[in-house]
Design a protein around this ligand. Structure first.
Ligand code: ADP
Length: 326
């Protein structure tokens, strides 16, 4: 018999489509296994300020199809301090919560790891981010939906690019990881992707702009990951204008459109599988791990590994994009 009689569950950091599906799966699997479920509102902020409500199975009805998170999410700098985490632990003790399930990204797991170590508390994470930048999992919850949103937007931009014979630089999210930009570029038939993993040199830009645009095509689309280094779509567009003042260059920043929306079938299924696995992990005595998926199998990944900053992009995909854009 498991020692865990009650769990707390929260969503934290940037919202991602599928968080609600994950919350639903965690809540119902826990209840199915005889546990009490305490929903914590506004992430670690709500854990510190005791925004805790007991959830029954009907509290997660009718949410699987909703984007964002019904639990709300918040940034909470206090949780990065030992004093803040102490206050959070007081709430845990008050409600007799035995384990915590956190839905979020690398910041959330960095906090979870510190908390779990300080208070010897079992914590399990569900990877929720549209950036797909967590190690030890092929996919994160929210990524597939965002990818589909991006390509829908790019398809629309292409109509204008083609009608006006323009070169468009479209900026997508992913400051530290180019998964969204690269995969959206492939799926939308773009000419190139400018991503943080591959340094963009002047010659490359020339190749992209000079070779594709005007020589063989009258319009072009380049996906650009947001970046302080390149300046994102704006910075790259400026560089392209300098190289080719004769071209009609435009930039579009998709921004928060990418984060919301109804989750795709893939994200709902992924979140449901991972939510079930999070409770199974706790029942097995696992702690301080993120639930991941590798080759369609659920895996458990220590937080220390999940938050490592070295998830590689697929070089072959990058090369395929070059081949396909001639
Ligand atoms: P995400 O989880 O999407 O990466 P954030 O980076 O905003 O989002 O992190 C979410 C929350 O996790 C932060 O508001 C903070 O409460 C907590 N957190 C982030 N970094 C740390 C850290 N180094 N130590 C403790 N808690 C952290």
């Amino acid at each position: 018999m498991s020692q865990i009689k009650s769990i707390g569950v929260l969503t934290s950091g940037g919202d991602a489509p599928g968080m609600n599906a994950g919350l639903r799966a965690v809540t119902r699997t826990a209840i199915c296994n005889g546990m009490k479920v305490f929903a914590i509102y506004r992430g670690y902020k709500g854990l510190i300020s005791d925004e805790v409500v007991e959830f029954k199975t009907q509290d997660v009805s009718n949410i699987i199809q909703r984007g964002g998170t019904i639990l709300k999410t918040a940034r909470c700098p206090e949780f990065a301090t030992p004093e803040g985490r102490k206050q959070a632990y007081d709430t845990i003790v008050k409600h007799q919560i035995d384990a915590l399930v956190v839905l979020g990204g690398d910041g959330t797991f960095t906090g979870a790891k510190a908390f779990a170590e300080e208070y010897n508390m079992p914590v399990v994470g569900l990877p929720c981010t549209i950036d797909n930048d967590l190690c030890g999992t092929d996919f994160t919850i929210g990524y597939d939906t965002a990818l589909n949103t991006v390509i829908e937007c790019v398809d629309r931009i292409r109509d204008t690019a083609s009608s006006h014979e323009r070169l468009f630089f479209v900026e997508v999210m992913g400051r530290d990881a180019g998964f969204l930009a690269l995969n959206a570029a492939i799926a939308a038939g773009a000419e190139a992707a400018v991503i943080p993993e591959e340094e963009i040199k002047k010659e490359v830009l020339e190749e992209v702009v000079g070779n594709g645009f005007r020589k063989t095509k009258n319009s072009s689309i380049v996906l650009v990951a947001e970046s302080d280094v390149t300046g994102g779509a704006k910075g790259i567009a400026e560089a392209a204008r300098k190289l080719h003042p004769e071209y009609d260059v435009r930039e579009v920043i998709l921004g928060h459109i990418q984060r919301g929306g109804t989750p795709s079938a893939q994200d709902r299924i992924l979140a449901s599988r991972m939510g079930v696995a999070a409770i199974e992990a706790l029942l097995e005595g696992q702690r301080n791990i993120m639930v991941g998926i590798m080759n369609d199998e659920i895996v458990y990944v220590p937080f220390s590994r999940a938050i490592k900053d070295d998830k590689p992009i697929n070089k072959r995909l990058f090369n395929a994009l070059r081949t396909l854009s001639i």
